[in-house]
Structure formats: structure tokens, C-alpha cells
Design a protein around this ligand. Structure first.
Ligand code: CMC
Length: 428
């Protein structure tokens, strides 16, 4: 029997259906709330208790530390799949057959050129510009070179827009890094796989043979998979809400990138390494920084710790920690910040403040250590997150369009002045 929630306001009772998800999650369906109550709304800053949609893409259980894409555990995907397969799975709902994967790969490669005039736009940015700002602008600029709007009723148009952005975004990301390093812009090599080509586009030198490295490719592949989707987080919700106005895919993605940039979201991976470096410079006293994080008069937060939905270990952080240890060993790198990170985590996990608030290391805590070992500059860390999250954003945008969701437009409760007469400037 379906469940019902009853709400009582001033002695009047209202009933609302309760929706049950496939993993037994319950949500009170308040679509009719304002209508039946004569305008009563809900208030939930930060949407801590609000479900914005039903979705069939990603399941996560923050209490148990579970994350699955389309029903497949993140642990299994990180170990056995490659990034392009996961992208296909997220966007289209099923793992691709060999023929589907081959076609997807071919279609992406077919679109992997970027209009030469885009280079002029990139050139307009100062070298010191943060890559996330440059990249969200370049993604927006791509609209000018690919102006056709996507017809939501046409699977074909949607598919074309999807392969275009999956193809062009890594080129733009690599160019953004190369421009900072004063290197010539490189087009990569379509005979390579998606992740290998991304690496080549980022690192190939004009005067040196490019060396492939499977250890590096595997580490990158895993990181991209682990970042590929995370249901209705800040940037994904941004992509969905922008797309809900029928803005095109590239415009929605560009907005999502701006949301990801913030240090409380994807920007945390850069902030973590900067924090670990600062602790190292300061003599490596982790206890001092734990005390700062607990001090309510100190704005310092332990970056890479805590999560809106995980009240247990972030399953991605567990995989990344092991992976960081392995890659550093395999590449023969000794990075003292890994020890500082492990020391911080140990102290925090035994501290009452962190235990009580259920604060655990999140995906960003160890990822920067791997990026650094791979030679990726700190300011590019959030770009790496964006490269991974791209298929998730696309999948969520596509789902929102296919479900014909209404424009996103929350309500508010007004707490400003009541009506008052205008006073001319000379009388104020
Ligand atoms: N260091 C110290 N205290 C913290 C931290 C932290 N990193 N995170 C949360 N708290 C405290 C917070 O002060 C609050 O304490 P109290 O109840 O005494 O006021 C309590 O824990 C709950 O925190 P909140 O800010 O209300 O929780 P939230 O769900 O609004 O915020 C968060 C989640 C991720 C923004 C927050 O934990 C944070 O700022 N973490 C550091 C930034 C970070 O690592 N972000 C990456 C998130 S994972 C990647 C992604 O998907 O974006």
C-alpha cells in the first residue's frame, strides 16, 4: 500500500503521497502543497532536505558510504571499466556493447577538432588566469561556433551535441594548461584512447618524443571514473536548472563549471594541496591545524573533510587513498604531503569534534596528491575534476530534458520591508 504523509496547519489536515525509490528511499511529494494550502511553501536553505527530481543515474547512501552508477558499484567500475565505457553507461543507461563503444569512440574522435578561431579567444586571457574561469568561458564560446540549439525531441541532435562536447572539452582543457606553460597548442593523436590522448595533449613537448606510460593512464582513468557523477550536487544541480530554461547543453555545462570551481565543491582539491603545503611549511604540526579547524572563531576549515551527504567514509576517498600510495610507490616518488595528509586524517578521525559531526575525508582529500605525482599543476586540479564530471553533467542534463522537467524556479519567504512611500532624494 502506498504511504501517505499528513501535514496539519491551523487545524487543517492535508495529505501528500510518499514516493519510494528502487533503493527504498522515501520522499514526500509536495507538488500540490501551495495549491491545496492556499500558498504555504517550504523553506530549506541549501536544499538539505529537498529532492529536486527523481533520477535513474546515480545512487548513493551517505550513511553507509555506498556509491553506484546505474546500479554498478563504484569500486567495481574503478577496477574494471575504462572512462569512456563509464561515460556511455552514465549517459545512455547501459554498459556499451563492443560495437556501441567502438562507434561512440569513433564519433567522438570525428569531432575532436576545435575551430582555429577559438585559439584567438584563448589568447585573450592573461596567462595568470585561473584555468577554471578560462575553461567555463571557452565552453560558453563553443556555442558561437556550434550555434544549432538542441531539439529535445531529437535523440540524434542530443547525441551529436554530446559527442561534440566530449570531444572538444579535453582539447580545450589541455590547451588551457599549455597556454599557462607557454607551450604550443597540440591536437593530440586520434589513434590513442580518450584518456591517453588527453594526457598526450597536456604533456607532449614539441621537441621531445612523447612517452606513453600505462601506470599514469590507469591512475588518470580511475580518477576520472571516480569523479564521473555524484547525483544532485551543486554543479550538477546548476547544470539541470540552467538546462531547465531550455538553454543548450554547452551553456548549461559552462554554468556547471563555474559552480564546480568554488572551494567548497570541486575547488577543494586545489585547496587541499595548498593547505597541506602550508602545514608542511609551518613545520608539519597537524595538531595545530586540527585545533584551528575546530575553533569557531577561526575561519579555517579542514579542506577535503566533510560532505553534505556522506556521514561515513566517502567510498571514493578510500579508493583514491590506496591509489595514491600505489602510484607514488610505482613512480618512485616520495611526497611528504602524503604523510601529512595521512597524519591529519588519523588525528581527525579520532577527534570528538570530527566524530560527532561525522566528518570524514572526501574525494578531494587525496586526489591532489595523485595529480601532483602525475605532474599536473595545482591550478589544473579542478579542471581534472571537471573532465571527470563531464559525462555525469551530460547524463543529468539529458535525463532532465527527456523527462521534460519544468523550469527550475524555487520559492522564497519574503522578510523585507512592507510597502512604503517613495522619498525623493532631497528629502532622504
Ligand atoms: N572542517 C571543520 N569543520 C567542518 C568541516 C571541515 N572541513 N566541514 C564541516 N564542518 C563542521 C561545520 O563547522 C559544522 O559544525 P557545527 O555543527 O558546529 O556548526 C558541521 O561540521 C556541519 O557542517 P556544514 O557546513 O553545516 O555541512 P554542509 O553539509 O553544509 O557542508 C561541506 C559540507 C563539504 C561544504 C563542508 O563539510 C566543507 O566545507 N568541507 C570542506 C570543503 C570540501 O572539502 N569540499 C569538498 C566536498 S567533496 C567534493 C564535492 O563533491 O564537491
Amino acid at each position: 500500500m502506498s504511504k501517505i504523509a499528513t501535514l496539519e496547519i491551523d487545524g487543517n489536515k492535508y495529505e501528500f503521497p510518499i514516493i519510494e525509490g528502487t533503493e527504498k528511499e522515501l520522499g514526500i511529494d509536495i507538488k500540490t502543497l501551495r495549491g491545496v494550502t492556499g500558498g504555504v511553501t517550504t523553506i530549506d536553505p541549501g536544499y538539505k532536505n529537498t529532492g529536486s527530481c527523481v533520477s535513474g543515474i546515480t545512487f548513493l547512501d551517505g550513511e553507509k558510504g555506498v556509491l553506484r552508477y546505474r546500479g554498478y558499484s563504484i569500486e567495481e567500475l574503478a577496477e574494471k571499466a575504462d572512462f569512456l565505457e563509464v561515460a556511455y553507461l552514465l549517459i545512455f543507461g547501459e554498459l556499451p556493447t563492443a560495437a556501441e563503444l567502438e562507434k561512440f569512440d569513433r564519433d567522438i574522435k570525428e569531432e575532436s577538432h576545435v575551430d582555429e578561431d577559438m585559439k584567438k579567444i584563448l589568447d585573450g586571457f592573461p596567462k595568470s588566469a585561473h584555468p577554471m574561469g578560462v575553461l567555463s568561458s571557452l565552453t560558453s564560446a563553443l556555442i558561437a561556433f556550434n550555434p544549432g540549439s538542441v531539439d529535445v525531441d531529437s535523440e540524434e541532435e542530443m547525441y551529436n551535441a554530446i559527442v561534440k562536447i566530449l570531444a572538444k572539452f579535453p582539447v580545450l582543457a589541455a590547451w588551457t594548461m599549455r597556454k599557462r606553460k607557454s607551450l604550443p597548442l597540440d591536437y593530440g593523436d586520434n589513434s590513442l584512447g580518450y584518456v591517453q590522448n588527453l594526457h598526450k595533449m597536456m604533456f607532449a613537448r614539441p621537441n621531445k618524443a612523447y612517452e606513453s606510460n600505462n601506470l599514469v593512464y590507469d591512475a588518470l582513468d580511475k580518477l576520472l571514473i571516480l569523479h564521473a557523477d555524484h547525483e544532485q550536487n551543486c554543479s550538477t544541480s546548476t547544470v539541470r536548472i540552467v538546462g531547465s530554461s531550455h538553454a543548450g547543453l554547452f551553456a548549461s555545462l559552462s554554468a556547471g563549471m563555474s559552480a564546480l570551481w568554488g572551494p567548497l565543491h570541486g575547488g577543494a582539491n586545489q585547496a587541499v594541496i595548498e593547505m597541506l603545503e602550508a602545514i608542511k611549511e609551518d613545520g608539519g604540526d597537524t595538531a595545530k591545524y586540527i585545533a584551528k579547524a575546530k575553533d569557531k572563531n577561526d575561519p579555517f576549515r579542514l579542506m577535503g573533510f566533510g560532505h553534505r551527504v556522506y556521514k561515513n567514509f566517502d567510498p571514493r576517498a578510500k579508493i583514491i587513498k590506496t591509489s595514491a600510495e600505489e602510484i607514488l610507490e610505482d613512480l618512485g616518488i616520495e611526497d611528504p604531503v602524503l604523510d601529512i595528509a595521512k597524519g591529519l586524517a588519523k588525528v581527525a578521525l579520532e577527534d570528538e569534534y570530527f566524530i560527532q559531526r561525522k566528518l570524514y575525508p572526501n574525494v578531494d582529500f587525496y586526489s591532489g596528491i595523485i595529480y601532483r605525482a602525475l605532474g599536473i599543476p595545482t591550478e589544473m586540479f579542478t579542471v581534472m575534476f571537471a573532465l571527470g564530471r563531464l559525462p555525469g553533467w551530460i547524463a543529468q542534463w539529458r535525463e532532465m530534458r527527456l523527462r521534460k522537467e519544468p523550469i527550475g524556479r524555487p520559492r522564497q519567504i519574503y522578510i523585507g520591508e512592507n510597502i512604503r512611500p517613495f522619498v525623493k532624494v532631497e528629502n532622504r
